[in-house]
Design a protein around this ligand. Structure first.
Ligand code: AMP
Length: 194
């Protein structure tokens, strides 16, 4: 299955690469930020956090995410864009059985991020809120990246064409799939060779 977790800071291109992955693997792009921007319109509590550039409490995130993952389009896989963003969410993921097959981390330098976000001009992209989101990312999401370090696919997401980065991500996932198939095959062969 292709259940992909896409990690990366604000402005790392999560949404851009999610779209490429979604088209390539034919799986839905589930953007937690997008789900929150929808929720923000009807839920003042969520609005408070999103407008301030702060993380929405984990229980709210999990409720909304689980509902989204229960939709029929997610059965063969999905791209989780922007989750988990804290160790609390990593733990909740385990207790709530939110599963994954691949973790991809998009690496972008801080200078490039500030430049990209300033150019983007979304409502929560003011200099002050950008600074806040970057500091939250370092503090809360930094440990998440450390947690997945050994198993994740680390991708340099700047200094080259978007298409080239997208191809790199897809190739890395596919070669990992091949590797897993091969390892499975070896076990089977060893077993039957007994
Ligand atoms: P994004 O579009 O990923 O930059 O997310 C926009 C905003 O949605 C963030 O600044 C947070 O307020 C909220 N948000 C998105 N993902 C999460 C998450 N996993 N946990 C908590 N809040 C989140």
């Amino acid at each position: 299955m292709n259940r992909i977790i896409l990690l990366g800071g604000p402005g790392s291109g999560k949404s851009t690469y999610s779209k490429s992955l979604s088209e390539h693997f034919n799986i839905p792009h589930i953007s937690v930020g997008e789900l929150m921007r929808e929720e923000q319109k009807i839920n003042p509590e969520v609005d408070k956090y999103v407008s301030a550039g702060e993380l929405v409490p984990t229980d709210i995130i999990i409720d909304i995410l689980k509902e989204r993952l229960s939709e029929s389009d997610s059965v063969d896989g999905y791209i989780l864009d922007g989750f988990p963003r804290s160790m609390e969410q990593v733990e909740a993921m385990e207790t709530e059985d939110i599963e994954y097959d691949y973790v991809v981390n998009l690496n972008v330098s801080e200078d490039e991020v500030v430049m990209r976000l300033t150019a983007r001009g979304r409502e929560d992209d003011t200099p002050e809120i950008i600074k806040k989101r970057l500091s939250i990312f370092d503090k809360q999401t930094g440990p998440v990246i450390q947690h997945f370090k050994d198993e994740m696919i680390d991708i340099k997401a700047e200094g080259r064409e978007i298409e080239d980065t997208a191809e790199d991500i897809i190739n890395s996932i596919e070669s990992k799939t091949e590797n897993r198939k091969y390892k499975k095959g070896m076990t089977f062969k060893n077993y039957t060779g007994l």
